[in-house]
Ligand binder design. Structure first.
Ligand SMILES: [Zn+2]
Length: 231
């Protein structure tokens, strides 16, 4: 796989980010020629990028038809949340054991930015910062494997939100993130685990609600924006 080419890598990052930030809706076709044209890549390289995203559960290219943004089923969505709860419970347990006061400062800054993005209705930033909060927690756990698995699970949660939740929502509540920080500071493992479980239960509840579809932006337009941001 040509994953080392910088062009392939920016195309991968751009597509992934556009999917995670819900700029391309689940079920949207991803024609190889359009993507190749947009990113100035051969079809072979486009296929390599799509294969990578397929392996991460973000793209569905198993059928002979054109690849499309994956649309998780309700069963898959529940499975993803089950795994996420298990992994993130372990993350918070490890964080309490390894807690450093500076972690609190880092997390508080993130939550403050998240709150500000929410107030300004900046959906893209708000989704990105919520994801970043959880990515930072995984980092603070000190277990790189947990970080890798969680990265994939959190991306898939974004897709689930795009499929079942309110459009352009991260569904992470700022108050719940604040309660997590307070639990870490209290050095109480049981409180931290229960705060995380309650948070993810709430995220799942908010995620798996029906929504009305809004008119999606044309794929070429979205790709152009994301490609520009990744170069
Ligand atoms: Zn969250």
């Amino acid at each position: 796989m040509a994953k080392d080419s910088p062009r392939t890598d920016s195309a991968y990052q751009a597509l992934k980010q556009a999917i995670i930030e819900q700029a391309i809706r689940p079920g949207t076709k991803l024609p190889e020629d359009l993507i190749g044209e947009q990113f100035g890549m051969s079809r072979t390289l486009v296929r390599a990028v799509l294969a990578r995203l397929t392996a991460e559960g973000l793209v569905d290219s198993t059928s002979r038809k054109s690849a499309m943004v994956a649309s998780p089923t309700m069963t898959e969505a529940r499975e993803v949340f089950e795994v996420r709860r298990a992994l993130e419970s372990e993350v918070v347990r490890l964080i309490v054991k390894r807690w450093k006061p500076e972690y609190g400062v880092t997390l508080e800054t993130l939550v403050r930015d998240e709150d500000a993005a929410r107030q300004k209705n900046d959906d893209r930033l708000s989704i990105r910062l919520s994801g970043e909060f959880h990515a930072r927690l995984a980092e603070m756990s000190g277990n790189s494997l947990l970080g890798r698995y969680l990265g994939e699970i959190v991306s898939r949660c974004s897709l689930i939100l795009a499929t079942f939740g309110r459009p352009h929502s991260s569904e992470c509540a700022v108050d719940e993130h604040r309660e997590l920080i307070a639990a870490f500071r209290s050095q109480d493992i049981a409180r931290a685990v229960s705060a995380m479980t309650a948070h993810l239960d709430a995220v799942e509840r908010r995620a798996l609600i029906a929504h009305d579809d809004e008119e999606p932006a044309p794929l070429a337009e979205v790709l152009a924006t994301y490609f520009a941001n990744n170069n």
